[in-house]
Design a protein around this ligand. Structure first.
Ligand code: FAD
Ligand code: 2HG
Ligand code: ZN
Length: 457
């Protein structure tokens, strides 16, 4: 865009949202232009912060008229570079769309602005005995719109499913500026295509989500967490299989390793959770209306494969055990900018996959340090590589190649973003890709939403 055209465009944006909500100053744009990991960045023409759906629609129409790409951004906690601007685009920040509506206790639903953070929604619904089914460590910044756009998973998928399952209604601005709304909240409604859930996992490429109707879950009054030390991953899987069968109160099953625990401890200054170190740790949580401690203890006590375990059922103790697990992302980032590979493989292939990883990485980047952790119930592993001097794409390729050959997913819960767009073709079949492209073209014919994300440019 030439300077006079750009000035006229910025003036038109300013007319829609007001001068304080169009950010062109480079130093003020900076935090919107680089992702949480520091690995991805781009230069935006401006950051625009609309306060309601009408303003979003006007901004989208204006961008459409001028052919300016739009990058929706919520809390900017995404880990695949999906909210980072493409050259000359507008970052549309949803953070002012943060209204949290009145909780409908009969339907157990709440309507929230896409820019409301998960923590804000949790704070609003928990006093009513309700909760959001998805929870994750980025809760204080991650927004409901971002969680849906990435179909985030997190720590309680085994009980409540990913974000797609929590959405029963939605309002979104389409590429031509029209507002599509389906907010009936009906759990039974077979009147054609499920457009609401189509946007879950669309990563800002199909529409800008402005309001969401969430189906809430009952907030369990009692929560017990056990951190278990084990010999290997196969044993962790087998312990989990038993718990899934016999402990209906199970809400979480998280996996991490000795190296990760030590890193988290050092970074956060935490004491050791148990006297001895163990190769593998499984953190399990049970939650219910009544105290699940006895039921969990009963299952763990009789299992001779458990080398050691610590248990907590008071708020402080539960949070302290979770800190060992939730501290991984920040502890790794403190070592340097990580390459993050969020993958899943079939459960039966997980131990062999984990055993093969060090050799694969050693071949391509012998200098790299690897840390792994994940959500064991979904065989979802977060492979984090730091201190990589060589070719990040070659390393990514080596790991994703074995994931694909194991019948796994190259993105289990973080999305494809920019980080993995080049690998999408290998991850989905030709008919699937064609259908996905048809949907994209039908909803965004001029390709103004998030170019370069999901589909390679
Ligand atoms: P952003 O980062 O702002 O955007 C993410 C994507 O969504 C982008 O493609 C963006 O364009 C799009 N988008 C955002 N808002 C909208 C909207 N209103 N309409 C359309 N598109 C939109 N993820 C997990 O799945 N599980 C975890 O356990 C987990 N833990 C994390 C822990 C930490 C410490 C951190 C930093 C991240 C973690 N994440 C996790 C990743 C991240 O928090 C999620 O991907 C989250 O869903 C992103 O929300 P956000 O509001 O920050 O979105
Ligand atoms: C987690 O489960 C998140 O901790 C983040 O999905 C994973 O930082 C990561 O790689
Ligand atoms: Zn995760």
């Amino acid at each position: 865009m030439n300077p006079p055209a750009r000035d006229a465009f910025i003036a038109a944006l300013t007319k829609i949202v007001g001068p304080t909500h169009v950010i062109t100053d480079p130093s003020m744009r900076a935090s919107y232009e680089t992702d949480w990991t520091g690995r991805f960045s781009g230069q935006a023409l401006a950051v625009v912060r609309p306060k309601n759906t009408a303003q979003v629609a006007a901004v989208v129409s204006l961008c459409g008229e001028h052919g300016v790409p739009l990058v929706p951004q919520g809390g900017n906690t995404g880990l695949v570079g999906g909210a980072v601007p493409s050259e000359g685009s507008i970052v549309l920040s949803t953070t002012r769309l943060n209204n949290v509506g009145t909780v409908d206790e009969v339907a157990a639903q709440v309507a929230v602005g896409a820019g409301a953070t998960l923590a804000a929604v949790q704070a609003a619904v928990r006093p009513r005995g309700l909760d959001v089914g998805v929870d994750l460590a980025s809760r204080d910044s991650a927004t409901i719109g971002g969680l849906i756009a990435t179909n985030a998973g997190g720590e309680r998928v085994l009980r409540y499913g990913s974000m797609r399952r929590q959405v029963v209604g939605l309002e979104a601005v389409l590429a031509d500026g029209t507002v599509m709304k389906h907010m009936t909240g009906l759990t039974k409604d077979n009147t054609g295509y499920d457009l609401v859930r189509l946007f879950a996992g669309s990563e800002g490429t199909l529409a800008i989500i402005t309001t969401v109707l969430l189906q809430l879950v009952p907030l369990p009054a009692k929560r017990t967490v056990a951190l278990i030390g084990l010999a290997d991953v196969a044993t962790a899987q087998s312990v989990l299989t038993g718990l899934r069968l016999r402990l209906p109160q199970l809400t979480a099953a998280e996996l991490f390793f000795d190296a990760g625990l030590e890193l988290v401890r050092e970074h956060a200054g935490l004491s050791a959770p148990m006297p001895d170190r163990h190769p593998v740790y499984l953190l399990v949580e049970a939650a219910d209306v009544s105290d699940p401690t006895d039921a969990l203890l009963f299952q763990l006590e009789k299992d001779v494969r458990i080398r050691d375990a610590v248990l907590a059922n008071d708020t402080k103790g539960v949070a302290a055990l979770w800190d060992y697990r939730e501290g991984h992302t920040e502890a790794v980032s403190a070592l340097g900018t990580p390459i993050k590979l969020d993958v899943a493989v079939p459960a039966a292939a997980l131990p062999a996959f984990i055993a093969a990883l060090p050799l694969i990485i050693e071949k391509v980047a012998p200098e790299a340090q690897m840390f792994m952790w994940g959500h064991l119930a979904e065989s979802n592993l977060h492979v984090n590589l730091v201190n990589v001097n060589g070719d990040a794409d070659r390393l990514t390729d080596a790991v994703l190649d074995i994931v694909i050959r194991s019948g796994g997913s190259i993105s289990a819960e973080h999305g494809v973003g920019r980080a993995k767009a080049a690998w999408l073709e290998r991850a989905r079949s030709a008919p699937e890709l064609a259908a996905m492209r048809s949907i994209k073209v039908a909803l965004d014919p001029r390709g103004i939403f998030n170019p370069g994300v999901l589909f390679p440019e």
